[in-house]
Design a protein around this ligand. Structure first.
Ligand SMILES: [Zn+2]
Length: 211
């Protein structure tokens, strides 16, 4: 049985990939097939995702929303760049997961975003020590991309990169961290892709038994 493709609402972004950057990659659904579904269609969608990801305080979100209303063109640019960053992360990570070299053009796109993020990065006090942060208080419209770029740079330079998987669902394309003990996770979510595969296998067994 194929599930109906109801476009998820903004409240239905999922955050179960194990890394912020992968959750962002997964805001495109059904990536391998022609009727892929884009969940980040407007700058407001990007804000909604960032709020749910808890990378913006309510104050930062309000300031960014106001800035986006005032500078519509710049908000459209920031949205386009965030999506280009997202596609570059998908291309780099999924090619690595498949044991292939990263596409050079995508790596260039990604490195530009990392450069932007690093240009704004600084340290902020965090208890007894400090942490990497964005001390600049100005409501920069590409702030969400900084977080995503940093998360991806951390993953790509870490040995955890070997635990990234692409969902085995034929039309899914979601990326996730395989945190299982024997590194055997194949599905983004057992309730959706895993379940579909299970019922398909069940179906095929029945058919084979009947034939
Ligand atoms: Zn899946």
């Amino acid at each position: 049985m194929i599930e109906p493709r109801v476009p998820p609402t903004r409240e239905q972004f999922s955050f179960n990939a194990g890394r912020l950057c992968l959750d962002f990659v997964n805001t495109v659904r059904f990536r391998p097939v022609s009727d892929r579904l884009e969940l980040i269609n407007t700058y407001e969608d990007l804000m909604a995702w960032a709020r749910q990801a808890t990378i913006l305080t309510p104050g930062e979100a309000a300031a960014l929303a106001a800035a986006a209303r005032k500078h519509g063109r710049a908000a459209v640019d920031a949205l386009r760049e965030a999506r280009a960053l997202r596609e570059s992360i998908y291309a780099i990570v999924s090619s690595r997961a498949a044991g292939l070299p990263a596409p050079e053009a995508e790596l260039r796109t990604f490195n530009r975003a990392v450069g932007q993020a690093m240009a704004h990065a600084g340290l902020a006090p965090a208890g007894p020590r400090f942490e990497w942060a964005w001390p600049d208080r100005a409501p920069e419209l590409d702030r969400v991309s900084w977080w995503v770029a940093r998360s991806a740079a951390e993953l790509l330079t870490s040995s955890d990169l070997t635990f990234v998987r692409e969902c085995a669902g034929y039309d899914c394309g979601r990326l996730f961290m395989d945190a299982t003990k024997n590194r055997s996770r194949r599905w983004c979510d057992m309730r959706t892709c895993g379940n579909r595969a299970k019922s398909r296998r069940h179906h095929e067994r029945h058919r084979a038994a009947a034939g």
